[in-house]
Design a protein around this ligand. Sequence first.
Ligand code: ZN
Length: 352
Amino acid sequence: MHALNLDAMHAPEFSEYVNTAPAVVAAGEFVVGIEFNSREAVIASVKEYTIRRGVDYRVYESEPTTFYAKCVQYGTSCHWLIRYCWAIRRYNGSHTCTRSTISQDHAKLDSDTIAEAIKPLVEADPSIKVKFVIAEVQLKFNYTISYRKAWLAKQKAVEKIFGGWESSYEALPTWFEAMVAKEPSAADETMREFDMRYQRLCERGEAYKQWLDRIPRQQYALAYDGGHCWGHMKTNLVECINGALKGACNLPVTAFVKATFYRLNALFTRKRSEVEARISAGQLFSEYATQKIMSNQRSAGIHRQRPYCRIRIQAHTRSNARGPSMSLQSYLDARHNDRYMCLCQAEPQLNL
Ligand SMILES: [Zn+2]
């Protein structure tokens, strides 16, 4: 099995083209002549500047290489304006206007701006709750946004990091085909193993073959069940790997399938190493199971069980153990939750 790099699935494919953070403005104000690496970067900087100061601007020109905006109170109480064309060409200095009304939200604090601000949080935990997004915005921008805006921002952040929600459905079959093309032997191997074992059974006699042929193959052979795991307690299986799947929900479908695949691959690779180490150390069961078995063996030495009703599954259990509220010899014949419970609280049945 190949070692898989879990971080690689999130690595940008063309890192040299990824926008860097907006250029820092000197002393909290923009400076004429300062260059930004893109028009989007200058707009992001102007937005953040505006939100932090609680002011607002109106856009007068927005072309692929230019951006021109003025304060909403330009000409009355303020002369703030900014003009960008490859670099900042004109800037009138800080706002002289004051915030007219105290608001809990800001017109320029839209879901796209918030999505950009919470990207590191969402990348670390795609299942992050919306209330934590609201708290993060409160901390960063000092505004309390609505639940709807926070939810929308989180969805957009997930889309920016893991790819579009709709396009993800289109990408999934391609990814599956690529995986099958990479490891075509996995399915064939299961079929070959089934055929080999089936032939061995047939060689034992016609009666065995006829008996097995009466059972639909999808009910007992992994090679034929189409991945449905017939008869398995799937809920229990999922509980066993819950830790590996944690944080993989709330993702676009392809990212979700990839995360599940890579995490389970890493989990089973680790488990295989652990089991191999135990086997080579001469252990038959896990550490936990071994301790349970030894503990039960010790207590079993003081119990003697004699079944007296096989239909009702009842038995006498005789114990020589002395407990706080029992006599020297105690008897119990009740069956409770599939366990034979003795008055000395010992459990003859091994529960793992
Ligand atoms: Zn102003």
